[in-house]
Write a protein that binds this ligand. Structure first.
Ligand code: FMN
Length: 192
């Protein structure tokens, strides 16, 4: 039997993202980030395909991504308001880990299960960062789903896409709790 871990359970019962726009320097160093990435890579994955990898966006790269985001928005005909909002995650970003989903053709593991595993990596990364005492937030945005942006910003190959951009830095203000699902309303018990 696994040993009971009340601290871990308490963490999971109270964990909460910190909005990216409230995060400030310092961001974790490469050394501080390593155990967080290691925890995230310890994620269930059907068939041991490991259909994901990390791209760490450090602060000096943020300006380039913000400009690319604006160029992408112009190409897609986005409003100036939409563009300003989308680029702000890079304008304000200190450090972000792009979780890249890498699809592999497999007779055993459907594509959607590889996507689920990549999503699970995003949550593990978010939780590991929070558990390590950092503020963290899982973002996406239309640019992260645009092939041209993904190729220019991250050099993604055709079989790759962004599952999430996990921003990690220092919390400046604690967010209020938000309403949580009514577990009884979303749970069905089958006993026969
Ligand atoms: C796949 C995914 C993409 C998201 N993209 C964005 C985004 O682009 N912008 C945003 O404000 N929130 C986005 N969110 C929501 C934030 O991560 C939000 O902070 C989170 O739902 C708060 O959850 P928590 O309080 O349980 O940590 C996204 C969430 C997920 C799961």
């Amino acid at each position: 039997m696994p040993a009971r871990n009340d601290a871990a359970l308490e963490f999971l019962l109270s964990r909460r993202s910190r909005p990216a726009k409230t995060l400030a320097a310092p961001a974790p160093t490469r050394e501080e980030l390593r155990p967080i990435l290691t925890a995230a890579a310890r994620t269930p994955d059907h068939g041991k395909l490991e259909p994901w990898r990390f791209i760490v966006v450090e602060q000096p790269a943020m300006a380039r991504l913000a400009d690319l985001c604006a160029e992408t928005g112009a190409r897609l005909g986005k409003s100036s308001e939409d563009i300003a909002k989308a680029r702000s995650q890079f304008d304000l970003g200190q450090l972000a880990v792009a979780v890249v989903e890498m699809q592999t053709a497999s007779p055993k593991v459907p594509a959607i299960e590889q996507s689920y595993s990549a999503g699970a990596v995003c949550l593990s990364l978010l939780n590991a960062a929070l558990a390590a005492g950092w503020g963290a937030n899982w973002l996406s945005g239309w640019a992260s789903h645009d092939r041209g942006f993904c190729e220019a910003a991250f050099g993604l190959a055709e079989h790759e896409r962004i599952a999430g951009l996990i921003h990690i830095a220092t919390e400046t203000t604690a967010p209020p709790e938000r309403p949580r699902p009514d577990v009884d309303a979303i749970t069905t018990w089958i006993s026969a």
